[in-house]
Design a protein around this ligand. Structure first.
Ligand SMILES: NC(=O)c1ccc[n+]([C@@H]2O[C@H](COP(=O)([O-])OP(=O)(O)OC[C@H]3O[C@@H](n4cnc5c(N)ncnc54)[C@H](O)[C@@H]3O)[C@@H](O)[C@H]2O)c1
Length: 246
């Protein structure tokens, strides 16, 4: 049994990630701003025979993230896995139409949220002498594809760099840090961004010819966090149906 935290687990792929760990018998702390979504995640996990607790957290607030790690230590007695998944898209407009407020919001959740998640997980993991962190980046952190997503793409590039830096700094403490670059995954975020244009326009960019499902990402996160990936650190794993291949 491992102690696991998943942020942004009130829906979308965060919920599927939490379910994957719970199915394996791990104790999962699910965190989100969306408390109704969290209740649904816990209910789904419990209905499947698993165990999860929920805690509201705004990942852009360091105190909220520190409190998550405290809860995991108190309730589970350990923190083995931290999955920094929560993120927002921000306004989908070109840079010259963007605002300082939008920049603060996107970087606040997508970059500061990952920094805070890593920092407080690392403090606990370094004390324990083991751990694994998985950050959810994006194919857009590697290749800027869609006009209007500049802040989001920049935030996801930052997640890749932060992942590599943390892997470098913590390998000798027996802590692995990796990132996943999802391609287009069928979640509320994608549906909100793509609107009526989805899925044909997006599927056309995917060599495998389909959108990914949240479970496609959950399986990869589960693998990266576990002993099967014992020699993998600082990696960016594309789980994208071949999106980045061209
Ligand atoms: N869906 C895709 O196609 C896609 C592609 C590449 C990367 N991603 C990344 O995958 C991750 C999950 O995305 P998703 O598609 O499931 O999105 P989603 O919007 O469906 O879910 C994200 C969750 O994060 C929560 N959240 C937002 N701001 C928060 C905050 N400040 N504090 C705590 N929780 C907060 C939301 O309430 C929501 O439950 C994100 O990092 C996203 O950038 C998604």
């Amino acid at each position: 049994m491992r102690g696991v935290i998943v942020t942004g687990a009130g829906g979308g792929m965060g919920r599927a990630i939490a379910e994957a760990f719970a199915k394996a018998g791990d104790k999962v702390l699910v965190a989100d701003l969306n408390e109704a979504g969290l209740a649904q995640t816990v209910a789904a996990i419990e209905a499947a025979g698993g165990s999860a607790i929920a805690q509201r957290a705004n990942v852009s607030q360091e105190a909220d993230v520190a409190a998550l790690v405290e809860t995991a230590k108190q309730r589970f007695g350990r923190l083995d896995v931290m999955v920094n998944n929560a993120a927002i898209l921000g306004p989908w407009v070109p840079i010259h139409e963007q605002s300082a407020e939008a920049l603060d919001a996107v970087l606040g959740v997508n970059v500061k949220g990952v920094v805070f998640g890593m920092k407080h997980a690392l403090l606990a993991m370094r004390a324990a002498g083991r751990g694994a962190i998985v950050n959810i980046a994006s194919v857009q952190g590697v290749r800027v594809v869609y006009p209007g997503a500049a802040f989001y793409a920049a935030s996801k590039s930052a997640v890749v760099a932060l992942t590599r830096a943390a892997a470098l700094e913590n390998g000798s403490s027996n802590i692995r840090v990796n990132a996943i670059a999802p391609g287009p995954i069928d979640t509320p975020m994608l549906r909100a961004a793509a609107g009526d244009a989805w899925p044909p326009a997006i599927v056309g960019d995917v060599p495998l010819g389909r959108l990914g499902m949240p479970e496609d990402i959950a399986k990869a996160v589960f693998w990266l966090a576990g002993d099967e990936a014992a020699y993998v650190s600082g990696a960016l794993l594309a789980v994208d149906g071949g999106f980045l291949a061209p």
